[in-house]
Structures are given as structure tokens and as C-alpha cells.
Design a protein around this ligand. Structure first.
Ligand code: 16C
Ligand code: ATP
Ligand code: CA
Length: 596
């Protein structure tokens, strides 16, 4: 065996085939040799993607089995196994058992691989704090963690402290208040709601420790060092999907183990001078707010509640008035319609890191954390007023299984901006076309009633005279439906349904009079839709903030570039990962991911 600081090399056997194996700072590779010592196929594994090495012949799936033979060792590593249902690459645990000519050589290989991991893959977590929501998604969080993730963490030598939550906000409060010494990161097993708890905990804790207030709408926030990992086990899993490209627990566990690090923009939502919530995905008013509010009444349906409520709210054909003001991002850097995708190693995001943290270097990324806003001129505020089907602000693409390219397919995970999508009032067919384009590769912004802007900040105000009775008012108007309906029948039996008289209402099948609809108590199930839609539609909607309803209508939002870091690497371009596409921008559309 040849050993020097950078290279280890020897002959090894896999089954009855002979190989020349080599370990360098970057790769562990093995090349098959024929009887005449001619080289055949080579397999290379990046050292950064080695999960672990064990003495003997070891299996961990479906159960751990160890055959402690003297001359063997087993290498575990990341194996790319196709594209799954998303845009990214599914990872699984690769395993190869090597036989050495002597025990001594076996021990040297094991020691050298472990040394290479420590030296050349130093950002891996050693200790993690894991929160499992036993009720998220299909209620499989505990099973997913214990059967799929824990064995991988154990193999990689990661110790995890597991908290199975007993109430909402327990994970957030734990991070805000408990001693976190020794933890390299926090992990949630659940959906976007659980991620949001960790996000609020980590940002809040970091600001507390830095002595900064979260309430100043124009204040600077301290970027967070504690990494967040997501093991997807929720209903939408949008954050996982948009940052990894698939929602697969094993893929996410492997990204956590190898210590991948993906910075993420965060939007802070304020009402007057207080912080309301943070968002990384959707801050949405109108349709998406209504869908969420409606879905909360049907939690028992599980993940299907969104489809059901989506159909209901679509049929209600509502729109809302308001004024949206926004601060444009530098159009010279990128555009929401430039047809690019933010992929692993994205140039726009890397250049943003340099711009946001100008004095940073690889050793101290946040050495000048607060300088990011010092030279930033605010720019000019633009304003758009009118009636909207929906208003969406998204800091990332917000791709998810329902919409594989997302709300804004060219949005960037870490460029310090968000995409503001304004969908003006239109007829039902127009809005259906807009929604449907989220499920195909057709451009959803190429519609006359849709506009999209890349922004740094947004403000929303209601029309003058429309008092901002806030979200409770919306709730009341929804709850009072039955009483109001009863009154309508008694007082105005022939009053037409709002859709019948509505200018844009193409939902003629819903047109009916109050008398035809009948009093709520006597209504047939088939009348339910009319009950939902034909009561006086609320003049004010609610804001959906990453799946939570906000308690205020008039809000201001500001994007904080790269405020948190996830154990992820962005969406891997499969072609690039296997060496077909070296540059995500220069593949000339030949690879699958850039052919859109
Ligand atoms: C004709 C088919 C149209 C399909 C349209 C699909 C559009 C899908 C767009 C998904 C956008 C997800 C944005 C991410 C939001 C997350 O931060 C948040 C937290 O998890 N999720 C939700 O708020 C949960 C929000 C979930 C929204 C689901 C909306 C479903 C709409 C279905 C409309 C069907 C109309 C059919 C008419 C006959
Ligand atoms: N033990 C618990 N009991 C009740 N609620 C909880 C508990 N633990 C966490 N929660 C809350 O449940 C909400 C939903 O959880 P989660 O995001 O994991 O699953 P989900 O139903 O799939 O939601 P999403 O649609 O956001 O993906 C979260 O907002 C979280 O605060
Ligand atoms: Ca962004």
C-alpha cells in the first residue's frame, strides 16, 4: 500500500473481481482490472459524499447485520438513483464491501478513509437536535425517523437528541429558551409548519444573542449559524422540495450527514412596528389565503384538504381590492422571467453572497455580517392599485409536488430578493389557465392579467374607507354565513346570487336566487357550494404566510438575504451531477432540467 498525505492506493477485491483502489483528498475510486492487469470500469465517490466506513461486512438495511471478518471493510456513500417525482436527484445509500489481502491493510484503509473524512469534509454535524411532529402530514413522522433516518445518522456517527412534540410551537420555544450548547444543527421531521417553527426559533434566538430587535421593519438582522435540516413528513413539504428538488426522507438525511449548506432568503413580515412572522416560501393574499383559511376547517382530510379547498375557492371566484407598493431589486442582476433555474452552485446566488457579505472568506463567512445593508441605497417604491385574484410574494420558487416548477420558476433561493406576482381580477377561465400553468412547463406569467416583479420589499394597504378590521373580520364574515343567508332569504327572496350579477362571473351554473338556495337548515348537500360562495363575499381576504394565517391585513414585507442556512445544496441538475452538464447556464438547453 502506498501512503502519502494525499494518496492511498492498493489492490482490493470486490467479490471475485480484482480492483485498483485509490483514495485522494477528493475521491475514493476503484477500477476493475482484468487478468492481464488492463483497466476496465472505474467507480468514483467524492470523499465529501462518503457516509462512513466499517470493519467487516456490514448491512444496515433492512436491518443492521455485521459479519466481522478480518480482511474486509464496507464503504457507505451517497448513490444517485434517478430523478424521483421532482426536479432534483434522489439519493440513496450506496454500499460496497472490499476484501483486502491482509488485516493490516484493511485497518490502514479504514483509518485513512476516516482521516480523509475528518480532514476533507469538516463541515459535517456531530450532534443534532431533532423535533418530530407525530401529527404532521400522514402522521408517519416517528416511523420515518426511526426506520429511515436514525440508522443513517448512527452509521455516520451523528448523535441525535430527539424530541417528539406534544404541542404546536414546542420546537420553536425549545430553540428560543433551552441550552443549545454542543448542537451543530436542528432538524425537523414534519412539514412546512414544523420548518417554520424551527425558522422562528433559530432567527429569534440569533437576534436575542446578538441583542437585536426583530420588530424594526427596516432593521438589520444577524444571519444564523445554526443549520436547519428538514426530513419531509408533511402535507406540502414545499421548503424541502424547493431546496433539495425531491421530498424524500433518505435524500434529506444524506444531505444533513454530509453537512451540505444552502443559504436561504427570509422575508420578515411586519404590521406597523411589530414583527408578525417570517416566511421563506409564500406570503399570499386572496386565493392562497382563502384556500388556507378554508382548508383549516377540513384538517381531518389530511393533505387532500388543500385540493378540496382549492376547488371550492376557485369556484367562489373571489377577488379583492388593495394597493401593493414594492421596491424593485436591481434588474441588471436577474429577472423573474429570464427562464433560468436556481440550481446547486447557482451563479446569481454565489454572487449575492459576495455582495451581501463583501468581506467574507471561506473561513469566516459572516465576518462582516452587518455590512450587507450599509451601502444599499433604498431605491424607488412603485405602486399598483386595483382588484386582484391573488397577490403572492415568494423568496424561492416554492416548487412542490403540486407544482414541480413552482410559483416563480426562476426565483433564487439566496439572492436577497423575492418575486412579487400580481394576478389581477379576471374571469374564471383566465384564472384556471393561470393555475393550470403551475402544473405544466407553460409560462404562467405570459398572461395579460399577470405581472411579476423581482423585489426587495413590499407593502400592502386596503382601499381608503375599507377599515382594516383585520383577519378576525374575515373569520366573522365566514362564520356568519348561515345567519346572513337566513336573513337574505327572508328579506330579499329574489335577490340574485353575487356571481349572477358579477361582471366577471362566468360561473353561470352557480347563479341562483336566495329563495332557490333555501335557508341553511333546509339546504341539500349540493347547495353547499352556493352557501359558501353566494353569501356576501368578504371585501377583505387573509394573508397566507408559509401555511399560517396572519392576524393582520395591512402588512409590510422585507427580504433578508441569506438569513438562515439549511442542510441542503439546492436542486441538483442530474446531468451536471453525472458530469454531462458542466455549467448550468451553458448547457444550451440540452439537459433535462434546462430544456424548459
Ligand atoms: C387545474 C389544476 C390547477 C392546479 C393548481 C395547482 C397550483 C399549486 C400551487 C401551489 C403553490 C404552493 C405554494 C406553497 C405554499 C406553502 O408555503 C404553504 C405551506 O406548506 N402551503 C400552503 O399554503 C398550501 C397551499 C396549497 C394551495 C393548493 C392550491 C390548489 C388549487 C387547486 C385548484 C383547482 C381548481 C380546479 C377547478 C375545477
Ligand atoms: N404535537 C403537536 N400537536 C399539534 N400540533 C403540532 C404538534 N407538533 C407540531 N405541531 C404543529 O402542527 C402544524 C403542522 O405540522 P407540519 O408542518 O409538520 O405538518 P403538515 O400537516 O403537513 O403541515 P404543512 O401543510 O405545513 O406541511 C405545525 O404548524 C406545527 O406547529
Ligand atoms: Ca430569493
Amino acid at each position: 500500500m502506498e501512503i502519502n498525505t494525499l494518496k492511498v492506493e492498493s489492490s482490493l477485491w470486490i467479490g471475485n473481481k480484482r480492483y485498483r483502489a485509490a483514495l485522494s483528498a477528493w475521491y475514493f475510486s476503484w477500477t476493475e482490472l482484468d487478468k492481464k492487469n488492463r483497466e476496465k470500469k472505474t467507480v468514483s465517490v467524492r470523499v465529501s459524499e462518503v457516509i462512513g466506513v466499517e470493519d467487516g461486512r456490514v448491512e444496515i438495511q433492512p436491518q443492521k447485520k455485521v459479519e466481522d471478518t478480518d480482511r474486509d471493510f464496507t464503504l457507505f456513500y451517497v448513490k444517485r438513483s434517478g430523478r424521483g417525482s421532482g426536479q432534483g436527484v434522489l439519493w440513496s445509500l450506496g454500499r460496497t464491501q472490499f476484501s483486502c489481502p491482509s488485516r493490516d491493510l484493511r485497518d490502514q484503509w479504514v483509518t485513512q478513509v476516516r482521516t480523509a473524512l475528518k480532514t476533507h469534509s469538516p463541515a459535517r454535524p456531530h450532534r443534532l437536535l431533532v423535533f418530530i411532529n407525530p401529527f404532521g402530514g400522514k402522521r408517519r413522522g416517528k416511523q420515518i425517523f426511526h426506520s429511515l433516518v436514525a440508522p443513517l445518522f448512527e452509521l455516520a456517527g451523528i448523535s441525535s437528541h430527539v424530541v417528539v412534540t406534544e404541542r404546536a410551537n414546542q420546537a420553536r420555544d425549545h430553540i428560543l429558551k433551552k441550552d443549545l450548547t454542543g448542537f451543530d444543527g436542528v432538524v425537523c421531521v414534519g412539514g412546512d409548519g414544523m420548518f417554520s417553527e424551527l425558522l422562528h426559533g433559530v432567527i429569534g434566538r440569533t437576534q436575542q444573542e446578538a441583542g437585536l430587535s426583530e420588530h424594526d421593519p427596516s432593521g438589520v438582522l444577524q444571519p444564523c449559524d445554526l443549520h436547519i435540516g428538514i426530513i419531509p413528513a408533511g402535507s406540502t413539504d414545499c421548503v424541502c422540495f424547493a431546496t433539495v428538488g425531491v421530498n424524500d426522507p433518505v435524500t434529506s438525511a444524506l444531505h444533513i450527514i454530509i453537512g451540505d449548506s444552502q443559504p436561504l432568503d427570509v422575508c420578515a413580515v411586519h404590521h406597523q412596528s411589530s414583527l408578525v412572522r417570517y416566511s421563506v416560501s409564500l406570503v399570499g393574499y386572496g386565493f392562497y389565503g382563502d384556500v388556507l383559511a378554508e382548508s383549516e376547517r377540513h384538517r381531518w382530510m389530511g393533505p387532500l384538504r388543500y385540493d378540496y379547498s382549492g376547488c371550492m375557492m376557485y369556484l367562489c371566484n373571489r377577488s379583492y381590492q388593495g394597493t401593493v407598493q414594492f421596491l424593485l431589486a436591481d434588474p441588471g442582476l436577474s429577472s423573474p422571467r429570464d427562464k433560468t433555474r436556481c440550481l446547486s452552485g447557482c451563479r446569481v446566488c454565489s454572487e449575492s453572497t459576495e455582495r451581501l457579505f463583501p468581506l467574507s472568506d471561506s473561513c469566516s463567512l459572516y465576518s462582516d455580517k452587518l455590512s450587507q445593508y450599509s451601502d444599499q441605497s433604498e431605491g424607488e417604491w412603485m405602486s399598483v392599485s386595483g382588484r386582484f385574484k391573488c397577490i403572492s410574494l415568494t423568496c424561492m420558487s416554492s416548487s412542490c409536488p403540486k407544482s414541480p416548477l413552482g410559483l416563480s420558476p426562476s426565483a433564487h433561493l439566496a439572492d436577497g430578493t423575492g418575486d412579487l406576482i400580481l394576478v389581477r381580477d379576471t374571469n374564471a377561465l383566465g384564472f384556471l389557465t393561470y393555475l393550470h400553468r403551475h402544473t405544466t412547463s407553460q409560462d404562467q406569467f405570459d398572461l395579460p392579467f399577470v405581472e411579476v416583479h423581482r423585489v426587495k420589499a413590499v407593502k400592502f394597504t386596503l382601499p381608503p374607507g375599507e377599515d382594516s378590521g383585520e383577519a378576525e373580520k374575515y373569520e366573522r364574515s365566514e362564520q356568519n354565513t348561515e345567519e346572513e343567508e337566513e336573513e337574505a332569504v327572508m328579506e330579499h327572496p329574489d335577490k340574485p346570487c353575487v356571481h349572477e350579477s358579477s361582471k366577471s362571473g362566468s360561473l353561470q351554473h352557480l347563479a341562483c336566487t336566495a329563495k332557490e338556495r333555501g335557508a341553511p337548515g333546509k339546504r341539500k348537500t349540493s347547495d353547499f357550494l352556493c352557501g359558501l360562495c353566494c353569501s356576501k363575499p368578504p371585501a377583505v381576504s387573509v394573508w397566507n404566510c408559509d401555511g399560517e394565517i396572519l392576524p393582520h391585513t395591512e402588512i409590510s414585507c422585507r427580504v433578508h438575504g441569506q438569513l438562515v442556512r439549511l442542510y441542503a445544496r439546492g436542486i441538483e441538475d442530474e446531468a451536471r451531477a453525472v458530469g454531462l452538464c458542466e455549467d448550468s447556464r451553458d448547457c444550451k438547453g440540452k439537459c433535462v432540467l434546462h430544456s424548459r
